[in-house]
Design a protein. Structure first.
Ligand SMILES: [Zn+2]
Length: 246
């Protein structure tokens, strides 16, 4: 879990790999889709990531994703143009306007997918973890002295928990990924995938406690090894479809 923001890398993507984007818009935009495609906004920033991350959203005629990094990521009202918000940012503090953008989106009955290091975001806005994601990474030790930890390049054996559309067609699988341990969890989360890896808390995907929007949290997804894993890709696709009410 590193916390620098690779402006140079973003600049290279913007001008070479994916073509120039309108000012203030995303660094990457999916190929044009039919009008019925699910409109997905992916918010990034505050943490570097492999370019392979974008491939997770590519190649689906029914998903139209646009990536918008901070600081622009959460400044606009998303209720009209976005069906599913995917957070893959790591920004610990957000201002009151960003907080109200998120809250109004969650209360509008939309879809939300919280992915990987975004579980360490918006920590000055506890409403989000308590009511939407149902978990957060702990940077500062609490009264019990516990704080979260992470470990890179772990091999995880992952098993589905019960049945749910988000894990449909996903059997037990192995993935090379980063684990988090000793996070805070709401008692209201509904686990979808578990691992017995001792460097993990166990749940690696769950339904959040939100009562107004459909929320899926996916702890997996650190780098290209996860992004290229077929089970991970299917999980993200299923999560977006379910969050959109499909
Ligand atoms: Zn990571």
């Amino acid at each position: 879990m590193r916390t620098f923001f690779p402006l140079l890398t973003l600049a290279l993507f913007t001008t070479t790999a994916f073509g120039a984007e309108p000012a203030g818009d995303g660094v990457w935009r999916d190929a044009p889709k039919n009008p019925d495609a699910i409109r997905v906004l992916v918010v990034t920033g505050g943490h570097d990531h492999d370019a392979s991350f974008y491939s997770v959203f590519e190649g689906y005629p029914d998903i139209a994703a646009n990536v918008r990094p901070h600081p622009a990521g959460l400044t606009r009202d998303m209720r009209k143009n976005v069906q599913v918000l995917v957070t893959y940012d790591m920004v610990r503090e957000i201002d009151p306007k960003q907080q109200s953008t998120l809250k109004s989106f969650a209360e509008a009955g939309k879809g939300i997918v919280v992915m990987h290091h975004a579980l360490a975001s918006y920590l000055n806005f506890p409403w989000w973890a308590e009511n939407v994601s149902g978990a957060h990474y702990v940077f500062e030790p609490g009264p019990d002295g516990k704080k979260s930890s992470f470990k890179h390049d772990e091999i995880l054996s992952v098993t589905p928990v019960g049945e749910h559309p988000v894990i449909a067609g996903i059997g037990p699988f192995k993935i090379l990924d980063e684990t988090y341990k000793d996070m805070w969890y709401s008692p209201k989360i509904h686990p979808l995938l578990n691992t017995d890896n001792p460097t993990s808390d166990g749940p690696v995907a769950w339904i959040g406690p939100c009562t107004t929007s459909r929320v899926v949290c996916i702890q997996l997804g650190h780098d290209r090894h996860a992004h290229g894993n077929p089970a991970f890709k299917k999980l993200v696709r299923n999560a977006i479809l379910w969050a959109a009410g499909k």
